[in-house]
Ligand binder design. Structure first.
Ligand SMILES: [Zn+2]
Length: 531
């Protein structure tokens, strides 16, 4: 039984292999151009150093988008443009921020400003007060606590929550995945891209962290707190700062995420009975025009099958604590590089190759969802072009080499990708798997999957992604591994080239086998929505 199944599989693979007609000569040319002629680090430099951070709705993001479109036009791509869509919130950026402990010792504080929060009025100076709300309270419990403590806020800098204890870690982490581990993950049907963390089940009668914030923020504002300070809770000065979920600076006080070491120090000094005084000077700016934001698209037009499209992309927007190098200037630069390589070689694809750089991925895959809705619709409510998309290849897991691919579709779709990727095993690519999940996940390929379209997520070596750079103040150009992004560009260019030139579309689910759509989950309240 097993042997028969194996033989059948091997036979299918062999047949497909013959059918795929891998163009070895083009693959060689792509390798050479993506290595010797590589522009990917230059693109990364501009996206990070010149335009980072690229927060959605900010002028930085828009300038990066315009630069990407102009650069791809210079490279010879066609129809490069910014496609507007409604983000619905004003843009926001922090321009400068400084903070100090002024008594009983003098020192600088290391922190990041929470997105979409207001500036201080000049310098905000005051005594620190440490307030620890009850854990997972019921609404009445928190209301009582807020009433009890509201007299402690006026003119104070409020440290909210117990200091987090981050023990020294003795665990070594693998920066690369072992080949066999990758193969096993692919055999197990692993998803390609990062996944949204499972939402903790809300406990009946208990407030979630987001609901607590909804009650605490207006309380701080109404009772005269100067600044809200939260513990970053990470080792080695790492700070992750997301956003005020109302996106309205009028609804909260100036808020910072202080590195764990400073938060702990202040708390320990206060524990000795000392009065600790702090100072913050924060200048943020909002941009009403940011309510409209943009996805960037550009094309290499196809020839005899020009109306069919192979898409590739990543999100151009970033968080604001650093310049967004691994998340996701890397993905954007690799995708730009892949089309540059094809264009530079003068290759004329049969199908149109279209690159897309999304906005507002970090706020919930909003840019790619808007695009899919406008251009393709869903399996249940298709637009005219729903059947014209071969696949959408996405990169969004940091700087690491590509190790495999996961495609939303039947096993035959994964088989095609396996054959296309097989010549790149020496670069670390171990194969492909098929996914039947229409669950909206941690990155933009799942906006396509959710619609019933062939999203292709790429699995990458972790390097320092989830441990260090992902959404932190350490996500800078220095953390990019040049060799890895060059390899990724090679693999992506070859993949989209072959998908654009094979005789057929990528196999899709037969209508009666299309998995049912999944109702989008609410992201976990305390965890970031996306990667
Ligand atoms: Zn990302």
């Amino acid at each position: 039984m097993r042997l028969a199944a194996f033989t059948a599989l091997a036979l299918t693979a062999a047949l497909l292999n013959a059918e795929e007609r891998i163009d070895t000569e083009v693959n060689q040319k792509i390798r050479k151009e993506a290595t010797e002629g590589s522009q990917v680090m230059k693109t990364l430099h501009v996206l990070t150093d010149r335009y980072g951070p690229r927060l959605t709705g900010s002028p930085n993001h828009e300038a990066a988008a315009k630069w990407a479109a102009a650069t791809m036009t210079e490279w010879g791509l066609k129809n490069a443009k910014l496609e507007p869509w409604s983000f619905g919130h004003a843009g926001w950026l922090n321009e400068r921020a400084a903070g100090y402990i002024t008594s009983p010792v003098k020192d600088n504080l290391v922190f990041e400003v929470l997105g979409w929060t207001p500036s201080t009025k000049g310098t905000a100076a005051g005594a620190a007060v440490l307030l620890v709300p009850p854990e997972k309270p019921a609404k009445e419990e928190l209301t009582a606590w807020l009433n009890e403590n509201k007299g402690k806020l006026k003119g104070k800098i409020v440290l909210l929550g117990k200091p987090v204890v981050v023990p020294v870690s003795f665990t070594a982490t693998n920066k690369r995945m072992e080949d066999d581990a990758v193969r096993k993950r692919l055999e197990g049907g692993a998803r390609g891209g990062p996944q949204r963390p499972e939402a903790p089940k809300p406990e009946p009668g208990k407030l979630t962290a987001a609901q607590m914030t909804e009650m605490i923020d207006p309380w701080l504002l109404a009772n005269g707190a100067l600044v809200k300070v939260q513990d970053a809770g990470m080792a080695h000065g790492m700070v992750r700062a997301f956003q005020n979920r109302t996106y309205d600076v009028a609804k909260t006080v100036p808020t910072v995420i202080l590195r764990n070491e400073d938060y702990g120090r202040i708390a320990r000094l206060m524990g000795d009975g000392e009065t600790v005084t702090l100072e913050f000077n924060i200048q943020n700016r909002t941009y009403p025009e940011g309510k409209t934001t943009y996805n960037v698209v550009a094309e290499i037009p196809g020839t005899d099958k020009a109306d069919e499209v192979v898409m590739l992309g990543g999100h151009l927007d970033s968080w604001h604590s650093a310049t967004g190098a691994t998340d996701n200037a890397a993905g954007s630069a690799v995708m730009m590089e892949a089309v540059r390589v094809i264009q530079a070689l003068g290759l004329k694809p049969r199908r149109t190759i279209r690159v897309a750089l999304w906005s507002a991925e970090e706020q919930g895959l909003l840019g790619s969802k808007a695009y899919v809705k406008t251009h393709f619709g869903t399996f249940e409510e298709p637009k005219a072009d729903f059947g014209k998309l071969v696949g959408y290849v996405n990169l969004d897991s940091g700087t690491g080499r590509v190790r495999g691919a996961s495609v939303f579709g039947p096993a035959e779709a994964a088989t095609v990708l396996k054959v296309v990727l097989a010549p790149f095993e020496d670069l670390g690519v171990m194969g492909a798997s098929a996914s039947t999940s229409r669950r909206e996940g941690g990155t933009d390929s799942t906006s396509f999957n959710a619609a019933g379209l062939p999203g292709i997520g790429l699995m990458q070596d972790p390097i320092e992604y989830f441990g260090q750079t992902w959404h932190t103040n350490l996500d800078t150009y220095e953390r990019i591994v040049p060799e890895d992004v060059m390899k990724a560009s090679t693999v992506v260019a070859a993949t989209v080239w072959h998908l654009a030139n094979r005789d057929g579309m990528l196999p899709r689910f037969e209508n009666e086998k299309m998995p049912a759509p999944v109702k989008p989950e609410t992201p976990p309240p305390s965890a970031p929505a996306t990667r």
